[in-house]
Design a protein around this ligand. Sequence first.
Ligand SMILES: [Zn+2]
Length: 274
Amino acid sequence: MSSTSAIPVLTYHAMNVNGVDYADNDHVALAADLAWLHAHGWRIVPLAAAVAALFEGGAALPPRSCAISFDDGSWFDWHDLDHPVYGRQRGLAGILRDFRDRHGVAVHATSFVIVSPDARAELDRTCMLGLGWWGHDWWPAAESEGLVAIESHSFDHNHHTLRATAQKDGRTGRFDVIEDEATADIEILHASRWLDALLPTRRTRLFAYPYGQSSAFLREDYLPRRSADHGLVAAFGTEPRMMRATDSRWNLPRFVCGADWRSTDELARLLDAA
Ligand SMILES: [Zn+2]
């Protein structure tokens, strides 16, 4: 059997609920994309299995394998929620279960979560709805169910709406400004250890750079040099192309829904062209 040397990673933001149509609601988009992928012979594999196949000598994956990731780790990843403007939203995990039950095929996603509870509580007020929908109550349940893996999207995202972040110069709203050991230790090492303490049956192994941005210090120095400490095996940016074994494992590409495609037709073109 032939195996694949290129795997697309499709990324969704569950908090992207700005309407009820595909182009402005990632819940609508994910449900449509899963159906389209299934109808066109794609199979969904865990992101960790894709990384293992390409970079760790793991089991090879057949052609038309793709992986799914979610970013930021709010309740919209997991719970069904009544949005005050756009009504009932099926959580992304529920959409995965609906798809699995309808088609009888395996499905999986990896949720890259903002780890710090204080940062999430503040972000819930500053850039979400302020309804307390960014707790981590669901992360242990997700891990035990096995449908959604929890991985790291840094400690505080160096987010520009936070009063303070690990980055001490006040340069927030970017992640390529993380260029020193002490800040990286908080954003990456401490974030992994916090997740490992909350979810002790697994280890944090994957990282997604906030804003898709990384510094040369992180890619070329900190992440490879400190791998024994942080335990990560790969880190993802948002360069829009297929993931291949020839890529650097510390800056792997992902496609982002809403930025790189806005309909199943555009997804089809992107996967054909990639
Ligand atoms: Zn993010």
